[in-house]
Design a protein around this ligand. Structure first.
Ligand code: ZN
Length: 429
């Protein structure tokens, strides 16, 4: 018998895999027991002690599909209304860190995988399930490690992974989203130097913290260039059409149009898809109340669109804050995309409509943030992000990802499982 998806998710939440340190072996060990009981072969690939990646395959043949998810979670933080690691199931909801990101997806993929295993003779291809380590800290011990050391283990015609927006109903029309791209990352470090002196005669010195504070204020006011890449232009045009806003979209009115969206988190996510964002997020300087600081360090989270490379970021930063502050782009990753015109994308749409009805609209979107999909895409494996939820699911649940009170409704778990099942059947049967 296949365990209930909500029970699997509850079990997985109770395995603390907060990264750092990760300890993803706990999930691998749990899956080992589960898959052994179901008589399904698997592999556990450890990139480092405790950092386990779990992989299982079903069927054989030339076609292949990868179900990807990750086993680590971000720290819970404070202020929860319940124990983040209790995995409590109550009134049709599973509670705890990882319920959405990404153990809920994992439970749904496993449920579909195990159901398909019972009819494996029907598979005309290979279904791969991979629960990988370290996604929340860049994937060094997970997907990156696998692609570097044993890419054949997860290589597939295409992959479905986390990263999609939850569905919305707008003007009575049901819309599901498929993530086809992710913005790039240009995390930058800033360093201001000054001259220290006694805090009682501050004009003798040169205050580095003040310099940085001015730079931060300027970055806070930064007005980025609006850039409507084709995927985002199409998405916004469709949403505007359904909302009957009757105003043709262009670079100059996109903000005014987005202001008409009542769902704030959705509108702001859309806004982030239309520009480079600069978020000055950490600042450290000064050692004592009576010493004028001669040094201040800061970090800035910058997310870029296609066509905005390292040089562009550097020149924009310099233009804003001048030459007086040293800028270093420590971590740069280009945006990645998979085609929304592909047969694989069409299958995802078809599988979604099979469950929701033919009048459901499926729209491609891009994520402001990044997932392990970027590594797959760079390795030539198209990857699509799925955030499907059941029709009546609370649209605000998405906001609990990386936040407090993370949870998922059981109906959405099964909806996702059914979706993965339908997709695998469509492609591999
Ligand atoms: Zn995740």
């Amino acid at each position: 018998m296949i365990p209930a998806a909500e029970q699997m998710l509850s079990d997985l939440i109770r395995l603390n895999t907060v990264n750092p340190p990760g300890n993803e072996f706990k999930v691998a060990r749990y899956l080992q027991e589960l898959f052994t009981a179901q008589g399904i072969a698997y592999e556990i690939i450890e990139s480092e002690e405790g950092r386990a990646n779990f992989i299982a395959r079903l069927g054989s043949g030339t076609k292949s599909l990868l179900f990807l998810c990750h086993s680590d979670v971000v720290p819970a933080g404070e202020g929860w209304d319940f124990d983040p690691f209790s995995g409590e199931i109550a009134k049709g909801v599973v509670y705890g860190r990882g319920a959405l990101d990404c153990k809920g997806l994992m439970a749904a993929q496993i449920h579909a995988f195990l159901r398909l295993a019972q009819e494996a003779s029907l598979l005309n291809g290979t279904l791969i399930f991979a629960a990988t380590a370290d996604e929340e800290r860049g994937g060094t011990h997970g997907v990156q490690y696998l692609l570097k050391n044993c890419p054949e283990k997860i290589r597939a015609d295409f992959a479905v992974n986390e990263g999609g927006e939850g569905p919305r109903t707008i003007n009575g029309r049901q819309i599901y989203f498929v993530q086809v791209g992710e913005k790039g990352t240009a995390w930058s470090r800033l360093q201001a130097a000054g001259r220290s002196c006694h805090g009682s005669v501050p004009t003798m010195g040169d205050n580095a913290v003040l310099k940085m504070a001015r730079a931060f204020a300027t970055l806070g006011d930064y007005r980025p260039e609006i850039r409507l890449i084709p995927e985002v232009r199409f998405l916004l045009q469709e949403l505007i059409r359904i909302k009957e806003l009757e105003e043709p979209l262009n670079e100059t009115n996109v903000d005014a149009l987005l202001d008409k969206f009542t769902d704030r988190s959705f509108a702001e996510t859309l806004r982030a898809m239309t520009r480079m964002t600069i978020s000055p997020n950490t600042i450290a300087g000064g050692s004592k109340t009576n010493i004028v600081p001669d040094d201040c360090a800061a970090s800035v989270d910058i997310r870029v669109l296609p066509g905005q490379d390292r040089d562009y970021v550097l020149s924009e930063l310099q233009r804003c804050i001048g030459e007086d502050i040293a800028i270093e782009i420590g971590n740069y990753a280009a945006p990645t995309f998979s085609s929304a015109q592909s047969a694989h994308y069409q299958l995802i749409t078809a599988a979604t409509q099979e469950l929701t009805g033919a009048d459901t609209l499926c729209l491609p979107h891009i994520s402001p943030g990044a997932t392990d999909s970027r590594y797959l895409r760079e390795a030539g494996i198209p990857a699509y992000g799925i955030g499907h939820m059941a029709r009546d699911s609370d649209p605000d649940l998405g906001a609990t990802i990386h936040g407090k009170n993370e949870r998922i409704d059981v109906a959405s778990l099964y909806f996702r499982a059914d979706f993965f099942m339908a997709l695998a059947r469509k492609y591999l049967c």
